[in-house]
Design a protein around this ligand. Structure first.
Ligand SMILES: Cc1cc2nc3c(=O)[nH]c(=O)nc-3n(C[C@H](O)[C@H](O)[C@H](O)COP(=O)(O)OP(=O)(O)OC[C@H]3O[C@@H](n4cnc5c(N)ncnc54)[C@H](O)[C@@H]3O)c2cc1C
Length: 209
């Protein structure tokens, strides 16, 4: 099967290449969640796997055990996608510093070296999202240590990595709300996440798969 990493930049919609990379770094709580469910049902924990599968899609309180299963996802995606992801409040994120990339790594790039510029753009921006003219303007602002000048010129296609920690309950909510979203990153985020979580049977699937 094609891995999530091989697919990082392969999605193309209406001629535009998009970028999304999800790596699950940790997952915890399944056994504890089933223990909690067994208290609730007054049954032995061994029988709870089947009960959990039956209750996983019963919103309105019955699937509260999903809140006890936590997953940590390391996600690299353009900032315009993060802007949408930030509307999901019941989770926490730790993000890569934009200023470190731009005032550290960018300043080390020789802008007259076409290969170095191409490598920097490929590593830090979604394809076709940052022109050479914009990169030069950001570079000049970084040289002047003009933080506002750097930030306000940064294209929305700038790739940022964040560690996103959430429960299966939040993940379920995200999948239901975004699996048919017109921004293709959402479908790719969900696809890569479902490939890596330990219990996809407790989560909604992608539509049409
Ligand atoms: C058609 C459409 C258009 C939208 N357009 C916009 C838009 O333009 N701008 C915009 O900001 N949002 C918009 N939204 C809402 C946005 O999509 C949701 O806020 C986002 O998807 C997060 O969903 P959520 O609230 O279910 O998730 P979460 O924020 O993860 O919340 C999960 C659950 O916890 C509850 N919750 C979270 N925080 C609190 C709290 N403080 N107090 C009480 N309950 C809480 C929520 O009600 C929800 O039931 C739109 C939604 C739709 C359907």
């Amino acid at each position: 099967m094609e891995s999530a990493i091989e697919r990082e930049k392969t999605e193309h919609t209406a001629g535009s290449a998009v970028y999304m990379r999800v790596r699950k770094v940790n997952e915890a709580g399944y056994e504890a969640a089933l223990l909690g469910l067994s208290h609730n049902k007054k049954q032995c924990p061994e029988k709870m796997e089947a009960v959990a599968r039956r209750l996983a899609d019963k919103d309105g309180g019955h699937n509260k055990f999903l809140e006890s299963i936590i997953v940590w996802l390391d996600v690299r995606a353009p900032r315009y996608w993060w802007q949408e992801a930030d509307t999901f409040r019941l989770s926490t994120k730790q993000s890569e510093s934009t200023m470190h990339t731009l005032s550290g790594e960018l300043l080390a790039v020789n802008l007259d070296d076409a290969d170095a510029v191409a490598a920097f753009l490929e590593a830090n921006f979604e394809p076709d999202s940052c022109s050479l003219e914009t990169l030069r303007a950001i570079h000049q602002a970084a040289v002047r240590q003009d933080i506002v000048g750097v930030k306000k010129r940064l294209p929305e296609g700038f790739l940022q990595t964040r560690l996103w920690c959430m429960s299966y309950r939040t993940l379920r909510n995200i999948i239901l709300q975004r699996r048919t979203h017109r921004l293709p990153h959402w479908r790719e985020f969900i696809r890569q996440t479902l490939e890596q979580v330990e219990h996809p049977e407790l989560l909604p699937g992608l539509v049409g798969e």
